[in-house]
Ligand binder design. Sequence first.
Ligand SMILES: Cc1cc2nc3c(=O)[nH]c(=O)nc-3n(C[C@H](O)[C@H](O)[C@H](O)COP(=O)(O)OP(=O)(O)OC[C@H]3O[C@@H](n4cnc5c(N)ncnc54)[C@H](O)[C@@H]3O)c2cc1C
Length: 405
Amino acid sequence: MHKPHVVIIGAGYGGIMTTVKLQKLFGKGQVKITLVNKEDYHYQTTWLHENAAGTLHHDRTRIPIKEVVNMNKVHFILDTVVSINPIEKKVKLENNELEYDFLVIGLGFEKTTFGIPGIEEHAFSIENINSARLIREHLEYNFANFHHEKVKDNARLNIVIGGGGFTGIEFAGELINRIPELSAEYDIEKALVRIIILEASSTVLQGFDPQLIEYAMTSLGSRGVEFITNASIKECTSDKVVYEKDGKQCEIPSKTIIWSAGVRANGIVEQSGFGTKQGKVEVKSDLRTPDYDDVFVVGDCAMIIDKKTNQPFPASAQIAIQQSSVVAHNIKALIEGNATKLFEAKSLGTVASLGHQDAIGVVLNNRKVFGWKASVMKKIIDNRYLYKLGGLGLVLKKGKFNFFY
Ligand SMILES: Cc1cc2nc3c(=O)[nH]c(=O)nc-3n(C[C@H](O)[C@H](O)[C@H](O)COP(=O)(O)OP(=O)(O)OC[C@H]3O[C@@H](n4cnc5c(N)ncnc54)[C@H](O)[C@@H]3O)c2cc1C
């Protein structure tokens, strides 16, 4: 008898949680489940800014897939997806080709540079474990070189963050924690190190509550972060960033430019011929694509419109995780000939960290939280995810318990 073949591509929040839920919903041998990912680990994207700053080792962020996926029920393929052919129901991998009955696309996001010269070549971005690790090493390399070179080059100590959104702000918060340690290690006066956020609009953290924005700017500002708003980056080179403000071109000498101003859905989705809006598939209420009833999309590759605002929900791990339950349920329903259920996003709030003991956020019932309480809440959210993915054992292994330091 033909066993339905469910293929999940991408082991990010959406993909791995769908896999874990499917393996619980089906008994061994009822369906064939295949998970494809380009690394043999899952990583928590929401922790990458800590790895990039060097305040948290990346081994805490990545979780070997075999530790959370039941290899007796799921066939894991370590490979890179090249394209999808939804008409022939095939996924092309670099080293293989798969046929599916149901496909779950969870390939996440990639950076977009808006064609700004030099970003691709010279700026760094916080995208995955490899890019985060590179930033950490690059920071150390520049600090080490500062005294090693005959002529002191301040560009080595100027860290410029392009984009004051969620990622840029969280990264700045971590850097503040890291700089004293780095400065001490490389005998550099702390005051020589600059952290500068360049933001194109009139405020950082656009879309956040104004009171929370003010809190974040005051908190980070008092710890040395410089904000330059209404500043659009025009070019990056290996040792400077050029931006325009008030009609004037300005420059900051810097060898470390972190681009955090633009991400888009993984280009494979659009290139494979799915109908997209801003690179994402506007999925039906049961999370299937409008054109292919056997293809589900989760996470940053999916667009869901918030009926209250008529705007797409912002890409978030929270939504990706919520979607995974509905996708797993719906795959089972379709296999058993039942009706699918509809997805309704529930906003459980958003918390942005501002370093180890500080954060801002809006939680249930639109309640604003600041400072250490928000920081504790953020760590609880992180631990809660680990619990959902791998139970208490995973929380004890990878969880965050540094609530008050
Ligand atoms: C620094 C930072 C902080 C954030 N903080 C928060 C937060 O606090 N709260 C929140 O809700 N959201 C946050 N986000 C956003 C959140 O991380 C994303 O919305 C979320 O990761 C999307 O999940 P996903 O399942 O779509 O894909 P991802 O988690 O991005 O995973 C995609 C997976 O696909 C794999 N993959 C990609 N391409 C291929 C390929 N060609 N072949 C095979 N495998 C492939 C990748 O290796 C990865 O495993 C943050 C993002 C960043 C960068």
